[in-house]
Design a protein around this ligand. Sequence first.
Ligand code: NAD
Ligand code: UDP
Ligand code: UDP
Length: 343
Amino acid sequence: HTQDSSDSNRPVHGKVGRVPVGIGRRRMRIVVTGGAGFVGSHLVDKLIGRGDEVIVIDNFFTGRKENVVHLFGNPRFELIRHDVVEPILLEVDQIYHLACPASPVHYKYNPVKTIKTNVMGTLNMLGLAKRVGARFLLTSTSEVYGDPLQHPQKETYWGNVNPIGERSCYDEGKRTAETLTMDYHRGAGVEVRIARIFNTYGPRMCLDDGRVVSNFVAQAIRKQPMTVYGDGKQTRSFQYVSDLVDGLVALMEGERIGPFNLGNPGEFTMLELAEVVKETIDPSATIEYKPNTADDPHMRKPDISKAKELLNWEPKVSLREGLPLMVSDFRNRILNEDEGKGA
Ligand code: NAD
Ligand code: UDP
Ligand code: UDP
């Protein structure tokens, strides 16, 4: 099914009439939930870099202090250890809501906690946005399309999701978070934005998060075989983290609610990805086949025409350019790990 969601795409106007980013705009106070994580920490760097005040809320489930330690001592940066499932009172202008484990290994570790984070965590951040009149951005996911029957996926596609499967805590959780976001917008007039993020990679990804890019890169560096699940013919589209961060900020600062697909339309099979990793890191790297996980989507590729047209955004970094940028970070961390073990 498709749906014309034009209603939610009409321009919206801020109650407070915020000055757009640029010379002479006032400094904002911005909350980033999940800001000690992979994407969040890069977003925080960008917001601090342009002169804003940032409060990170994180419970460190998958995030790490190391990702933001370079900001300690900056008077415009604050870090709060807090679980978004619990309410919190703050006075802020914008909320980037990222808190949620993102890799299948992490979100399946405690599925009930994952869905609580998606539902109660999002509810609390929307309640906060409503109370203080802040603009709220939800980082949803391409997983809302499930195992898609349309290819590439447009925002109008309603998805093909198993409600009782092992991934449901995450994908149904994010679908509910999108619903809550639109209900707070329609019912309480909260200014909202929805991003549907496609697979993203880059420095600071967890080494052990089980995602395919981090697995292949770490395996190639450690001289272990790259583990290809299933026949390796399933496809994904891989976006470099700086492109995503630019897209999130463009969405937050723009006048459109979304949802917007944010991803790189370059599509690769897992075998092709393994080949690029091999070329980038180690020409002698090998492959080992493993059984695939349940409900694994067969293909995924964003249609980003909407973001191109309405946000004037598109990714700039190709997989071949982006991969080397995460390799040195991974090498250093793997080296430190080995030293820690006394190896
Ligand atoms: P990540 O695991 O590195 O970051 C998530 C952060 O949220 C971590 O710092 C974690 O400690 C924190 N967190 C988790 N549960 C929390 C809770 N209950 N309270 C407070 N903090 C909590 O993952 P990421 O890749 O940086 O993903 C960030 C967001 O982007 C997530 O919402 C994810 O669903 C979304 N997303 C990411 C991708 C991707 O490919 N990276 C794709 C689609 C969507
Ligand atoms: N909330 C929060 N911080 C705030 C305002 C609200 O954490 O500054 C939480 C609040 O505890 C509630 C949720 O957000 O659990 C939804 O708040 P809302 O006011 O929309 O609903 P209500 O409290 O009336 O159920
Ligand atoms: N995958 C793989 N080897 C790995 C990890 C993942 O072949 O070591 C595959 C996985 O089966 C899926 C794709 O890579 O088809 C992407 O998986 P990932 O967990 O990175 O993200 P997803 O898009 O499934 O959330």
